[in-house]
Design a binder for this molecule. Structure first.
Ligand code: Q0Z
Length: 287
């Protein structure tokens, strides 16, 4: 008798199933979102790229921080994981000044309670990475909070353990990626607590959906950087006059194939594993 997976949740581009009391199945689809809208056209292989990258990082950081990965399935897009008590905050680590961080810095000279040096430009590398937690949004966008607030919400001991775990994994991933031509400007972590009270890295890790990836060869502070993975989609959407409300436009074949190729290129640059070998035998990323 094979296992029954009970659907327990949907993200914009992922699905979550319960396998039993202790295990969940995270399935990454080929859906893509841009300007916060899921587009009607899937990007072939996107889900496998994201799951493969998460599994790669989980395998390589497991001695640094325990994580929820139990098994990677043959389809390459599904990860069996330990069911945890999730922390009610997301832990964002920023090594570069972009997005809401750049906006807040321009307005106040601070990002989530961190006072930064004067004179930074958009996309500049920070003197050292900062941790900027956010509460999971009830609707729409996540709400940035300062670390004091995160400590109140999670309990100080739990929050401090979570921030050290997140910083350690970011520093590892950022250095690995930088050596292979990809800047990880920032990344969002979700962490949980296991039955023994230990902090555990969960969800997805250092993927293009949870992070800003920039191509290092065209990095130029003083402007916004092109997104490694979604720039073709964004640029094409901007040419259509779409008002960025649902439903989004269907993508032309050339945009779909170009975007799929970019995801696969990111996977191959970061893992140094040919994507077709991953598809044949997904477990090579965790070997
Ligand atoms: C992850 C999410 C998705 C919808 C809950 N190991 C875990 N233990 C308990 N809960 C979670 C995890 Cl990963 C958990 N999410 C995010 C993922 C669809 C929501 F694929 N929610």
């Amino acid at each position: 008798m094979s296992e029954t997976a009970v659907h327990v949740g949907s993200g914009k581009v992922r699905e979550l199933y319960a396998l039993d009391e202790e295990r969940l199945l995270l399935v990454a689809s080929d859906r893509i979102s841009t300007f916060d809208v899921v587009l009607p056209t899937p990007i072939p292989d996107k889900g496998r790229v994201l799951t493969g990258l998460s599994a790669f990082w989980f395998a390589r950081t497991r001695d640094l921080v325990p994580n929820h990965m139990l098994a990677l399935r043959d389809d390459g897009r599904s990860l069996e994981c330990r069911r945890l008590e999730m922390l009610p905050v997301e832990v964002v680590v920023r090594g570069y000044l972009a997005g809401s961080g750049w906006k807040d810095y321009g307005a106040t000279g601070t990002v989530c309670g961190h006072r930064l040096p004067d004179g930074l430009r958009e996309s500049d590398r920070l003197p050292e990475p900062i941790v900027t937690p956010a509460t999971k949004a009830t609707t729409g966008h996540d709400l940035n909070i300062d670390e004091e607030e995160a400590a109140r919400i999670c309990g100080e001991e739990r929050y401090l353990a979570a921030r050290e775990a997140a910083l350690g994994v970011y520093r590892f991933g950022e250095a690995h990626a930088a050596a292979r031509g990809i800047i990880v400007a920032d990344t969002k972590f979700e962490l949980g607590v296991d039955a023994d009270g230990a902090i555990v890295l969960a969800d997805e890790v250092i993927t293009p959906d949870s992070s800003r990836f920039w191509p290092a060869d065209s990095y130029e502070p003083g402007r916004a950087q092109p997104s490694y993975d979604k720039q073709f989609v964004r640029d094409w959407c901007e040419t259509t006059g779409w008002d960025k409300t649902a439903p989004g436009p269907e993508l032309p074949d050339a945009i779909v194939s170009g975007t799929s190729a970019r995801y696969i290129e990111a996977f191959e640059q970061l893992t140094e594993i040919p994507f077709d070998e991953y598809v044949s035998d997904p477990r090579i990323v965790i070997a």
